[in-house]
Design a protein around this ligand. Structure first.
Ligand code: C5P
Length: 251
């Protein structure tokens, strides 16, 4: 179970709401650890594909999930020494991750791994069920939302940045051309509409699954950040953290 002595701030919400950016900024500001729980589901998706584990092989997927030992270094993600970035950030991976995440067996297999991130001096946990399932005793739970259109725009910006970075870092050869084709797919306005639809379909699946559906914990603070800047959201959450009386002197 959760080690309630370690301070945890949960940041849950749907895709593209900006929770990743908020969580990373909070972790940096407070000097806390950061758990990107979505990346764990994405790693399971990428490794399952590499090992030809079928999407309906629940037992195989759960076994794989139980053995995931991810290493996060900056914005890179490694598994068994292999760099899985940028595969884990592709839309095709997100789609697979969302299907895999609906299996209770997979979710259960990842619970211990996620809780193990709660170490001193504290943790910012980013996901869908951090506040409801993984860290139910956390003293501060944020549920971040934004309109589907705004979320698709933010996601498109992220994908474009990733495509540019991928080109710069790895050159435009072989596999990377394929990856960039996938990333560049979202540049036109038609594609923006397609991205809105993709995001809505994923949210729908995340909200309606039986195990740990996407929903705010009863004691979560809901923030709609459609018309807020990253800094405004960060300031609001830091204020809440101060008011919670947990670490007034740290902020
Ligand atoms: O947050 P991210 O977009 O990386 O998550 C990818 C997918 O993993 C989500 O669509 C969701 O289905 C799943 N997920 C989850 N529970 C979490 C984090 C992510 O079900 N705590």
């Amino acid at each position: 179970m959760t080690d309630s002595r370690v301070k945890v701030i949960c940041v849950d919400g749907p895709s593209g709401s900006g929770k990743g950016t908020l969580a990373r900024n909070l972790a940096e500001k407070l000097g806390y650890w950061y758990l990107d729980s979505g990346a764990l589901y994405r790693i399971v998706a990428v490794v399952a594909k590499q090992r030809d584990i079928a999407l309906d092989d629940v037992e195989g997927l759960a076994k794989l999930a139980g053995n995931i030992r991810a290493l996060f270094k900056g914005d890179k993600v490694f598994h068994e020494g292999k760099d899985l970035s940028p595969e884990i950030r592709l839309e095709t991976t997100a789609e697979m991750a969302s299907r895999i995440a609906a299996y209770p067996e997979v979710r259960e297999a990842l619970e211990g791994t996620q809780r193990a991130y709660a170490e001193e001096p504290g943790l910012i946990a980013d996901g869908r069920d951090m506040g409801t399932q993984i860290f139910p005793d956390a003293p501060l739970k944020i549920f971040l939302t934004a309109s589907a259109e705004e979320r698709a725009l933010r996601r498109m910006k992220q994908l474009n940045e990733l495509a540019e970075k991928n080109g710069e870092v790895d050159g435009q050869t072989g596999d990377n051309q394929l990856k960039n084709k996938d990333l560049n797919h979202f540049k036109s306005s038609d594609s923006l509409r397609a991205l809105v639809k993709d995001i809505q379909a994923r949210d729908e699946r995340d909200r309606n699954r039986e195990t740990s559906p996407l929903r705010p914990a009863e004691d979560a603070v809901e923030i709609d950040c459609t018309s807020m800047s990253i800094d405004e959201v960060l300031d609001q959450v830091l204020l809440l953290w101060n008011k919670s009386g947990e670490v007034a002197s740290e902020v």
